[in-house]
Ligand binder design. Structure first.
Ligand SMILES: [Ca+2]
Length: 268
């Protein structure tokens, strides 16, 4: 674990542990008890997932999964066979970059990097690098709503970017009962909501893109034993993909051997 932890800022890690503790022991039950509902899930089906993939980005497009992985020297983008988990195509990201969020835009894949303020635009079919762009701050998760790219950066802010210029168009602050919620990691637009993994937790936040308000918590803790992973450490759940046509929701985690199709259900 040490090498993984050293690859993160100590301060950030400590803060993340603190916020995880707050979220799991205080914030979540508090707000859930007040107004924000908690949801459970059911596993519809499980699929193989590359246990070497430190998943940072995940999306579904035209029958295939596309995934980005992190860590310096191990970062890549992949096209993956959903049923078998086989990597059909991949491209390594140069070792000075720590790969982060990934989304599709037209016939391109757009990927972020963690602390190097560099975004990449790849050809969707060939994975050839088409162009690069820059942005301030850190890069974490990335998704899109058909009009703009939506990125997270470790704070409670989600930025909406013009998909052609990559300039910020607007931003929202993500809150739960008025309290900012940071550590928003992998993202996915699901219908008219944004789903966000919260780093170092087993929780997915359901976010209203207009107001930034969290409208629900999805408690995925029970998926960890199924995935053979513990709640501690860096092998956290990260990766949400949505098949809008068939309304299938997929989730996985960093170095998880499985990817799951799940159905979100209200907690009874
Ligand atoms: Ca995603």
């Amino acid at each position: 674990m040490d090498f993984l932890r050293k690859s993160y800022h100590t301060a950030r890690y400590t803060f993340a542990l603190l916020s995880t503790a707050l979220l799991s022991t205080a914030l979540m039950p508090l707000v859930a008890g007040a107004a924000i509902p908690t949801y459970d899930f059911k596993v519809v089906r499980s699929y193989p997932h590359d246990p070497q993939a430190f998943t940072e980005g995940l999306l579904y497009r035209d029958g295939f999964l596309y995934e980005s992985t992190g860590l310096n020297g191990k970062s890549s983008i992949r096209k993956v066979n959903l049923d078998t988990g086989a990597i059909l195509q991949s491209k390594d990201i140069p070792p000075q970059y720590f790969g982060e969020g990934l989304t599709v835009w037209g016939d391109t894949l757009v990927g972020l990097t963690w602390q190097t303020q560099t975004g990449f635009v790849f050809d969707l079919a060939t994975f050839e690098l088409r162009s690069q762009f820059v942005y301030p701050g850190e890069g974490w998760g990335l998704t899109q709503n058909g009009k703009q790219l939506i990125m997270s950066d470790g704070t409670a802010t989600l930025r909406f970017l013009d998909p052609k210029t990559f300039l910020e168009v607007r931003r929202i602050k993500v809150t739960a009962d008025g309290i900012p919620v940071d550590q928003l990691n992998e993202l996915e637009v699901v219908g008219d909501e944004i789903f966000a993994n919260i780093w170092h937790t087993s929780t997915i936040a359901r976010i209203d893109p207009a107001s930034g308000k969290i409208t629900g918590w999805i408690d995925m803790a029970k998926l960890y034993p199924a995935a053979g992973k513990g709640l501690n450490g860096e092998n956290v759940m990260n990766g949400i993909a949505y098949d809008a046509e068939k309304k299938r929701l997929f989730v996985t985690g960093k170095l998880w051997p499985k990817l799951y199709e799940v159905k979100i259900v209200p907690r009874k």
